[in-house]
Write a protein that binds this ligand. Structure first.
Ligand code: ADP
Length: 476
């Protein structure tokens, strides 16, 4: 349960809120307490000042001492406060106690009163300070009557009971409100998290149902603009790519088995026909074996090409880059092609910029150029001409292979780089002379160019010939 995102989201949310509320409550409590204490102090202080002022006034008016102290205490109304006036020796002259017998008490030992008001907190009458109602705040002030030469001590006392009651009520409110707010927020958070995560649950359920056999299914995208919608879209794009590559693999398997089937059946037929009769003359055996050998060579070539592509797909054929002269490679491959082309009455010429150093996989690049030349030879009738050119522009080495062959039909041009694609039916005469490939040569050549960061394109083709162009970046 604690592993679920919903639970951890809710817990985090509630935890952070709890921390905030606790800090907030402590702050409110502290501020309220300070405020209440300051208010109480100022009330006690005001009463003390008032009594002191009255006392001086009464004496000034010529009242007797007993009359003056009595009037000073009784002319003001100060609820919740007990007050008393003592003489300089600490003898009580007059007092005003509260109905609950709360009295303003004072002993000289407690503090020495001064002209300015002094405030202190003391345990109340029965001395038990753990009982809030018995804690009192006392203000004392010495009042000296000028002319009389006498001084008095005014004492005002107020119980902290009300203050502590108020704080207790605040505590109770906070202690109830904070957990209640947390519970409500937690519950709300739980439902919110549940609601927001519903699309994820739906996504994972439909993702679970998707397998190799129903890769066309997609997960639902609730709102393509929010984060979860983007996740679902990204997942669907992944499925799309997987579906495409699955389809490609299937197609590859189907095409490959189709390609392998023809030479295999030719081999089996040649063998079966030859073996039908117990004895044949040598020429017949030779013919059969020659056919079998040619088909086996074709099988070997197809399997080699498939192997190259399979390794390329699996990312296992890493480039073995080293420095070499590209012009020498072009010249070598052209010379090898010229030998083959000569038999068909086709000339091969090579124009290459000298001293073209390049860092790449020489073996693969050789295969790429040979594949292009092989096609050019296959599809160029006798008296034709093939030219291979190596040049350079600002950023690339350019290898151009041009022939005066049959050209590639317009509708086929978009497909010639696809695996197992061939345009051989209509051109069977040349095919028969030169032998047909499996339709992998250009796919491999393009992969080699691209794995070097470059490209291979069909630049131009018509009934007068075709031109293929390879670009290889000079850096990298
Ligand atoms: P293959 O290995 O069978 O030659 P490719 O992938 O090399 O297959 O070529 C695919 C098809 O493109 C070939 O079947 C061929 O018809 C066509 N093609 C390639 N190069 C040329 C060319 N120089 N002239 C005419 N057709 C070509």
């Amino acid at each position: 349960m604690f592993d679920s995102v919903r639970t951890s989201l809710t817990l985090w949310y509630t935890g952070v809120l709890a921390l905030t509320l606790i800090v907030f409550s402590l702050g409110v409590y502290y501020l309220s307490e300070t405020n209440l204490r300051q208010r109480l102090d100022s009330e006690v202080r005001t009463t003390t000042e008032g009594i002191a002022r009255l006392l001086i006034y009464e004496f000034h008016e010529g009242e007797s001492e007993s009359q003056a102290v009595h009037s000073a205490l009784n002319e003001h109304y100060f609820p919740n406060q007990a007050a008393a006036i003592f003489d300089a020796q600490g003898r009580l002259l007059s007092e005003k106690a509260l109905p609950d017998n709360h009295r303003a008490e004072f002993s000289m030992g407690l503090s020495v009163p001064s002209e300015t008001i002094q405030l202190m907190t003391v345990p109340g009458k029965d001395g038990d300070s753990s009982k809030d109602r018995n804690i009192v705040r006392i203000a004392t002030q010495r009042v000296t009557i000028v002319g009389e030469g006498k001084s008095y001590v005014v004492v005002v006392s107020q119980s902290l009971e009300l203050l502590t009651e108020e704080l207790k009520a605040l505590r109770r409110i906070l202690l109830m409100a904070v957990p209640l707010a947390l519970a409500l927020a937690g519950l709300g958070g739980w439902f919110m998290a549940r609601k927001s995560l519903l699309p994820v649950v739906a996504m994972s359920e439909s993702a679970r149902r998707i397998g190799a056999e129903n890769l066309a299914q997609r997960v639902p995208v609730a709102n393509p603009h929010d984060e979860l919608g983007q996740l679902a879209s990204a997942f669907n794009e992944l499925l799309e790519r997987l579906q495409n590559s699955f389809a490609q693999q299937r197609q590859f398997m189907a095409d490959a088995s189709h390609e392998l089937r023809t030479p295999l059946s030719v081999i089996r037929t040649a063998a079966a026909v030859t073996l039908e009769q117990p004895m044949r003359d040598e020429l017949e055996y030779r013919e059969a074996l020659t056919m079998i050998d040619r088909q086996a060579a074709r099988l070997t070539r197809i399997v080699d090409e498939m192997f190259t592509l399979a390794r390329a797909d699996a990312g296992k054929r890493e480039l073995r880059r080293r420095d070499f002269y590209l012009d020498e490679l072009v010249a070598e491959t052209s010379a090898a092609a010229a030998l083959l082309a000569e038999r068909n009455g086709v000339a091969v010429e090579c124009i290459a910029t000298k001293e073209t150093r390049y860092c790449g996989d020489e073996e693969l690049l050789r295969q790429m150029i040979l594949n292009l030349l092989d096609n050019a030879i296959k599809f160029t009738p006798s008296n034709g001409r093939i030219s291979v050119e190596l040049s350079k522009n600002d950023s690339c080495h350019i290898i151009t292979v041009n022939d005066t062959g049959l050209g590639i039909p317009v509708e086929a041009r978009a497909h010639i780089f696809e695996r197992f694609y061939r345009v051989d039916q209509a051109r069977s005469r040349l095919q028969q002379i030169n032998g047909s490939g499996a339709g992998l040569g250009l796919s491999i050549a393009r992969w080699i160019a691209e794995s070097h960061g470059g490209s291979l394109e069909l630049l131009h083709s018509d009934h007068a010939g075709s031109t293929f162009v390879v670009s290889l970046p000079t850096t990298g």
